[in-house]
Design a protein around this ligand. Structure first.
Ligand code: HEM
Length: 536
């Protein structure tokens, strides 16, 4: 149909050289306004960090989101709103603000957001882990089942596994360092420690090989990559939907989804075969599969398995490895001396290796664990939350459905809560005067395990793994600086991360020296442990 005379005159006006540029600008402006909307409108009464169209504050946050947000909090206050693409996020950056939002408002802050890369691309076939699931009946059931399997008495029954794995790692470190002659990187030994412990208690299957084991390397690499896809700081496509249209953008996440599915199915099938043959060992997934009353579907059993494999894999080794790095430094030598004195005074008969399986009686080692969790903040921006009810903050009402990011790194270095927060000082958890007194009396020692309604349910297990490993390492070895000078960045909680935008700290490679304190005693402790765990 031909255009009317009126339409033709409008068209020629719009395409005239003087009007056309303004017309194009108006179209672009309107389009930007449409795609630039946020999931939650701007919240009145809460500081907002100025950003740019489409990206919001994504570019300004750079690689070190936790550090940049910590800097902003000096100007804008502890709690502010940012825009990451089309998402509005509340950042909490001080110890007290986290407590108010995460603990006082815990029933409102119980859900988790869905992020495109992890929830749509990486996880579509394998289900979500508990820590990435929004709050619903299924998440509640899986969390309850896993929490029961990880409660204090249950964890005590897993101590033989921790006995076996810690001994295996320390023995291999002794042999691979040629009894202390050669420096080594502790990373792989403690990655296997954490992974093999999780696999044994979930499937009754351990990593049989040394640190070069193929299954160990595959699971470690794939889980590390998945953890990057899961990070709130790594994937711009989570926030800017237009970026999802870029061809090939999903190729890597999809590749890792397939590789992850392969070993998750293999582990479950191995367990099912052992159950059928009657050769299975007691384990969490086995208990669920064999329990006729269990109300969990196959997918839910798989989700618990995924959680067990992934949850402790970066976190336990990250803490262990970075504490070992610190212990090897000059200041770390004093900490080792003090720790050994404390261990020997509690256990004058050299039975610390065995007793630590039953009790935690050396307060200085417990304090070392806490200080490590604070100082290294291995999940600097804690797993994200979504509110399910309105939350009041000062005069602002933050509507239900808003995403919240806890800047655990900034809270851990908050000098209104911790005295000299940049000093590594286990004593702050023993002597009240190194934490502000009022703060000390309020409980929560740190946010290493998060806080409130969706706090880590693996913390008893992780604490036992860390305590046992530290106590045994310190009695076995003097941990020394490497013979060759190492990268000084390894002592900085952010610079030591080789992949700064990952969810969990991924330590840069480094080496330490080891000197065996007493070869005869160490051989005896190892032999006793091997004897105790020979049927595992
Ligand atoms: C040192 C080691 C560990 C650290 C630092 C750590 C840290 C965390 C953090 C920060 C969270 C998020 C909490 C929140 O949102 O407030 C979390 C959640 C979780 N962790 Fe851990 N974790 C560790 C070990 C483990 C282990 C060994 C397991 C189990 C085998 C585990 C299981 C879980 C689960 C299931 C969740 C999700 C809870 C939920 O969403 O309801 N964690 N962890």
């Amino acid at each position: 149909m031909a255009a009317s005379a009126e339409q033709q005159s409008v068209l020629s006006l719009l395409t005239s050289p003087t009007v056309l540029p303004f017309f194009i600008l108006a179209i672009v402006y309107t389009l930007v306004k449409i795609v630039d909307q946020t999931d939650v409108p701007k919240i009145k009464g809460l500081p907002e960090i100025p950003g740019v169209p489409l990206l919001g504050n994504l570019y300004q946050l750079g690689q070190h989101h936790a550090k940049v947000a910590q800097e902003w909090s000096k100007k804008y206050g502890p709690v502010f709103q940012v825009r990451l693409g089309n998402r509005r996020i509340i950042f909490a950056n001080s110890f007290d603000s986290v407590r108010t939002l995460w603990i006082t408002n815990q029933s409102a802050l119980i859900s988790r957001p869905m992020l495109h890369t992890f929830h749509t691309v990486v996880s579509s076939s394998e289900g979500f882990t508990i820590g990435t699931s929004p709050w619903d009946e299924s998440c509640k059931a899986r969390r309850k089942a896993a929490a029961t399997a990880l409660n204090r008495p249950a964890v005590q029954s897993y101590m033989p596994i921790i006995d076996y794995e810690s001994t295996k790692s320390i023995k291999e470190m002794m042999l691979d360092s040629k009894h202390g002659e050669v420096d080594l990187d502790p990373n792989a030994y403690f990655t296997r420690y954490a992974l093999s412990t999780s696999l044994t208690l979930n499937y009754g299957i351990k990593i049989e090989g040394n640190v070069e084991d193929e299954m160990l390397k595959e699971i470690t690499h794939v889980e590390r990559m998945v953890s990057n896809f899961r990070s709130t700081s790594n994937n711009w496509a989570d926030y800017v939907p237009l970026l999802r249209l870029i061809p090939g953008g999903s190729a890597k996440p999809q590749e890792y989804r397939k590789r992850r599915a392969a070993y998750m199915h293999k582990l479950l099938n191995m367990l099912k075969q052992r159950i059928a043959d009657g050769t299975d060992l007691p384990c969490i997934s086995g208990n669920v599969l064999k329990d006729p009353e269990a109300k969990l579907s196959d997918g839910e059993v798989m989700s618990i398995g995924l959680t067990m494999v992934s949850a402790g894999l970066d976190t336990v080794p990250g803490n262990l490895i970075m504490c070992i790095a610190y212990l090897s430094s000059r200041n770390g030598q004093d900490i080792q001396r003090r720790a050994l004195e404390e261990i020997n005074s509690v256990y004058p008969n050299d039975d610390a290796w065995e007793r630590c399986l039953h009790e935690e009686k050396v307060p200085y080692i417990t304090a070392l664990v806490k200080e490590t969790l604070r100082f290294w903040s291995v999940i600097p921006i804690c797993l994200p939350r979504t509110s399910i009810k309105d939350i009041k903050w000062g005069d602002a009402v933050i509507p239900a459905g808003t995403s919240f990011y806890m800047n655990a790194y900034a809270a851990h270095y908050d000098d209104s809560h911790f005295k000299s927060p940049y000093d590594f000082n286990p004593d702050r958890y023993i002597q009240d005067d190194s934490i502000d007194d009022a703060a000390a009396s309020r409980g929560t020692p740190h946010y290493g395990y998060g806080a409130g309604s969706r706090m880590c349910i693996g913390s008893h297990l992780a604490n036992r793994e860390l305590y046992t490993a530290f106590l045994r390492l310190i009695t076995a070895f003097e941990i020394l600086p490497p013979k060759e000078k190492s990268d000084e960045a390894i002592m900085d909680a952010l610079k030591c991360n080789q992949y700064p935008t990952s969810l969990t700290l991924d330590p840069k490679p480094f080496k330490v020296g080891l000197r065996i304190r007493d070869k005869a005693k160490l051989d005896k402790w190892i032999a006793e442990s091997e004897d105790r765990t020979k049927d595992l």
